[in-house]
Design a protein around this ligand. Structure first.
Ligand code: MG
Length: 160
């Protein structure tokens, strides 16, 4: 069996007025947040799914169902920490994560370093093992009109 595995994750949440906007564990000053059961941190959810997928495990919805009140408004960094623990229980440890956030608003780049630090803390990875980019959708489709924010992620894990 190969001692390394790769995984992919994708998530999208609709924007909604009057909720805090949390992306990559960082709270943004924003008139809108993301709709969802937890804090709806789409970036962190995509990273969780990439890690789980690499280990051949079911997705984040399986581990933290939106029917479970435990995860109502939950901090997704806690979910990410639990994903890492689930991997470690099975003998896997993360090697690196790379993610792309797709959002028309707010401006992400000034907060990228903070987001990388938060994700490094939650995964136990060094900051330079967290790749993070942000792009807009060039005004096209619902993301481009500011109606949703999406994220893509890949993760590499290794057998301890
Ligand atoms: Mg999600």
């Amino acid at each position: 069996m190969s001692p390394i595995r790769i995984g992919h994750g994708y998530d999208i949440h609709r924007t909604i007025a009057g909720r805090p906007l949390v992306l990559g564990g960082v709270k943004f000053d924003s008139p809108f947040g993301l709709d969802g059961h937890s804090d709806a941190d789409a970036l962190t959810h995509a990273i969780c799914d990439a890690l789980l997928g690499a280990a051949g495990l079911p997705d984040i919805g399986h581990f933290f169902p939106n029917t479970d009140a435990t995860w109502k408004n939950a901090d997704s960094q806690l979910l990410l920490q639990k994903v890492i623990a689930a991997l470690r229980e099975r003998g896997w440890s993360p090697v690196n994560v790379d993610a792309t956030l797709v959002a028309e608003q707010p401006k992400i780049s000034p907060r990228l370093a903070e987001m990388k630090s938060a994700l490094a803390r939650s995964t136990g990875l060094p900051v330079d093992a967290i790749g993070l980019k942000a792009t807009t959708n060039e005004g096209s489709d619902d993301i481009g009109r500011g109606l949703a924010i999406a994220a893509h992620a890949v993760a590499l894990i290794q057998k301890l």
